[in-house]
Write a protein that binds this ligand. Structure first.
Ligand code: DC
Length: 218
């Protein structure tokens, strides 16, 4: 029945600031489906590695941590090995290092397996990330690749988390480059993804469109 559960996945991919979290959460509430933020999983592993002062370049060490960690990513809280990492995973330290951890193939293999188990356990869901449609759930019933102009993305991040627009724009650009050029499952839209530009659109309008697409397919 794993295949069926995976078929009931709505995959939401795209770069930072494209509106993935806001749109995926709203969609999951409307459709009464569970929601999973896979970026928070990579961020939580990064947080725990930094807390333990592990060498992030030591691929085996970080892979071991990823395999052994007790990780709970819920709608409101992210807990790793009993530490509440909800706030810290959005901070500049974790944000500055997460691409390195996300490029680690051992970490990705482990996170992917956990994401697939999660979907099986919840009979699908709305799942956001970078490789959800391309690699983790190639059978997803609906694949959406969200984009937005770099200016809009930087502005949204500043509205959410504060900071300086020019600095945030640079950090988004750096992270996009790392995420889309890494060897293992880089950020990319799947050939069967619906590409939606959210730059000049209201959230509700985008959610309406995706909901409509989903209803046409089930
Ligand atoms: O969506 P986010 O900004 O919270 O993601 C954090 C980092 O994790 C980002 O640099 C890309 C990476 N990531 C990934 O490689 N694969 C995913 N499925 C989700 C996130």
């Amino acid at each position: 029945m794993v295949v069926d559960a995976h078929h009931r996945v709505i995959a939401i991919d795209g770069p930072a600031g494209a509106g993935k979290s806001t749109i995926a959460k709203a969609l999951s509430a409307r459709l009464n489906m569970k929601y999973l933020d896979t970026g928070a999983m990579y961020r939580a592993v990064t947080f725990e590695a930094m807390l333990r002062e592990l060498d992030l370049d030591n691929q085996q060490l970080i892979t071991d941590l990823a395999q052994e960690c007790d990780l709970h990513v819920g709608l409101d809280r992210v807990i790793i090995n009993g530490h509440d990492a909800t706030t810290a995973i959005r901070g500049p330290e974790v944000t500055g290092n997460v691409s390195k951890v996300a490029a680690n193939s051992g970490v990705r293999t482990e996170m992917r397996a956990r994401q697939q188990e999660w979907a099986s356990a919840h009979n699908g869901g709305v799942i956001e990330g970078r490789d959800i449609a391309t690699v983790v759930f190639p059978n997803a019933v609906l694949k959406v690749f969200l984009t937005a102009s770099p200016e809009v993305r930087a502005r949204r991040r500043v509205e959410q988390h504060g900071g300086n627009v020019i600095e945030i724009a640079q950090s988004i650009k750096d992270r996009d480059l790392l995420d889309s050029t890494r060897a293992d499952s880089p950020l990319a839209s799947a050939s069967d993804s619906v590409v939606v530009d959210t730059s000049d659109r209201a959230i509700d309008d985008v959610v309406d469109e995706i909901e409509q697409l989903f209803r046409e397919r089930i």
